[in-house]
Design a protein around this ligand. Structure first.
Ligand code: IMP
Ligand code: MG
Length: 176
């Protein structure tokens, strides 16, 4: 993107809060009486993660992973480099991957296979946003906050060149 401008607010702060509450309630029900290891995929998912876990009424443990796709293009290649791995083992744990957005799905597919190979008791995915149109890898989330059209999203953790993560709402950028 050479020149861009902000689109409208796509999802307001209030809408985010309401949906995160609903997801938390559903997850609390599904994991009742269990311990769940919530794994935040850095950096984009931090705001969603911190709001979501406060709405989960279960024994929640947290951990973090940072990954980056190889290559300089903005297109995900499917080859993922682990920049920060988990602090503890997922063997025997009920793992819940917490993502900001699923675009091509290539990053998440890699991450899912990587974690499944370590023998968790179960593995589910929650994503705040889903762009189903763009899917290239076969991966679906168990919980989706909002299914959206193919726009470049910023705010509530999502960035453009590391900017705009702190916006308390979801907006998008348009090329000009
Ligand atoms: P995927 O491998 O193509 O699914 O890419 C997933 C990652 O790319 C996400 O976890 C985001 O960090 C980033 N990403 C994808 N779409 C957007 C967007 O619209 N805005 C900001 N970051 C995005
Ligand atoms: Mg991400």
């Amino acid at each position: 993107m050479s020149g861009y401008r902000f689109g409208e607010v796509m999802i307001t702060r209030e809408e985010l809060k309401e949906r995160v509450c609903q997801l938390g309630a559903q997850i609390s029900k599904d994991y009742e009486g269990e311990r769940v290891l919530a794994i935040c995929v850095l950096k984009g998912a931090i705001l969603f993660m911190s709001d979501l876990i406060r709405e989960i009424n279960a024994d929640v443990h947290i951990d973090f992973m940072a990954v980056s796709s190889y290559g300089a293009t903005t297109k995900s290649s499917g080859v993922v480099r682990i920049l920060k791995d988990l602090d503890s083992s997922v063997r025997g744990e009920h793992v819940l991957i917490v993502e900001d957005i699923i675009d091509s799905g290539l990053t998440l597919k890699y991450l899912k296979d990587y974690l499944l190979a370590q023998g968790p008791k179960s593995l589910k995915i929650v994503t705040l946003l889903d762009k189903p149109e763009r899917r290239a890898a076969e991966v679906t989330a168990d919980y989706v906050g909002f299914s959206i059209e193919n726009k470049f999203i910023v705010g509530y953790g999502l960035d453009y060149n590391q900017m705009y993560r702190n916006l308390p709402y979801i907006s998008y950028l348009e090329e000009v």
